[in-house]
Design a protein around this ligand. Sequence first.
Ligand code: UDP
Length: 238
Amino acid sequence: MERNTVDILGYGVDTFSFDQAVDYIVNKPGQIVTINPEMIQCADKNSELKSIINSSQMVVPDGIGVELGLKILGHDVKRIAGIDLGKALIKRIYYLKKSVALIGAKQDVVENAVVNLKAELPDLNIVYYHNGYFDDDAEIVKELTDKAPKLILVALGSPKQEFFINKIRTLLPDSIFIGLGGSFDVWAGTVKRAPVLYRNLGLEWLYRTVSDPRRIKRIFPTLPLFVLKVIKERLSNK
Ligand code: UDP
């Protein structure tokens, strides 16, 4: 299977289905970016982030914003939630009897995420984990390169996680890296995931904003501005 990407505002997004994405990255490891309008807004002002995104092994549309944007541009690509892709990769790695590492979140959160993952998949080989609050990453980089986990889940929030992964990905060419934002908080049970009904309707963002109104800054004006930009691009391409 080969990659097929479509462009949205200068960012290449993969058109894989969920299952294809898992199969592809297991065979061709590298960095997975779960892209959303907020990340695009940030990368528009940060060329290094933009080049990290566009040189990663896979870019999946995480959420309704990018899915809608792609639709406006005439591309029918279904969204892939990073948290679901992360979990599916853990399961695949588990069946392949390979190893996993988790980097990110607060100490108790990452610890509880590890406990809960192990409760679900008893022999899951978690060879290393570390919280996401560190100034010096030398020890973490050493542990990761020594243990060479097949799957490295990084939940530092964006764009911190994308920069961290970019820094270490060449040291571990056989590993799969995915930036997972707040997923460890969900796996730890600290934060509740939106109910399935919200997810199916593409309203996960609404649930998260109502649960934590401070997140409103992330949606407004980013989301409407993003949609306007995409419409402008669509009109200029006609
Ligand atoms: N985080 C971290 N180190 C930092 C800043 C944040 O490990 O220096 C963690 C934070 O504890 C949380 C996650 O990164 O678990 C960010 O979650 P957020 O909801 O902001 O991510 P999003 O999914 O919205 O990108």
